[in-house]
Write a protein that binds this ligand. Sequence first.
Ligand code: SF4
Length: 259
Amino acid sequence: MVSAGSTLVRPRPDAPAVMPLSTQQEVAEAAREMDGAPATTILRWAWWSIPRFCVTSSFGADSATLLSLVAQVDPDIPVLFLDTGFHFEESLTYRDTLVERLGLRRVVHVQPWLSVEDQASLHGDALHDRDPDACCQIRKVAPLDQALEGFDGWATGVRRNQASSRQTTPVVQRVVKGGRSLLKVAPLVNWTAADVAGHRRLHDLPPHPLTLRGFGSIGCQPCTSPVAAGEDPRAGRWAGTTKTECGLHLGPTRRSEDE
Ligand code: SF4
């Protein structure tokens, strides 16, 4: 495990110098061509084509799938983990288990500027209950935006069938972060829950321990609860509120970037 900083901006020695897909038309054509391609093909393309490339992972319920593909393509691909300070202990243990099991060599801890205690001093206790959008902005969105300043593109484990806001997610798109245009890649975009489960069985990947206790989608402890059998796996995220996304996959207008 390494911390954010020294290894973030160092590209591979043989990394290409020029960003691919410089126009929106090229991005749209590439997204069409790669739609349906094997996830490892998409991930390998991103790793070899984007000068400074990383993967983000929450080490949550389905994270083992994308991380196992990272290990197949190149365990030196940087993996950014957003350490919000509110993760379940089980998630942190699972992170360590997967890192060791898959041999991931560049897991980068991304932390908010404010500690949990400083956030409580500045904004009061339990901001996640009173204003979860503000809490996610402080603990997830802003830290990731800052970490991505060292990269030209990144991949996520987003799948179209996870949520209505994700149904039109392209395989690759351009996203503006901090005034810079980055490529955002979704290698698993066409995978179903059954595909993920099948991949986990085929590769004997360990399940997140909380999935065995009814958690379908796992984020921060204060905002995650178990779901009933047959219920939408994401129904346990911010349950009882209208919030469905932490903001990492939303555009600046709070609408899905994929719409
Ligand atoms: S998921 Fe909850 S605790 Fe985590 S950053 Fe968002 S509001 Fe805060």
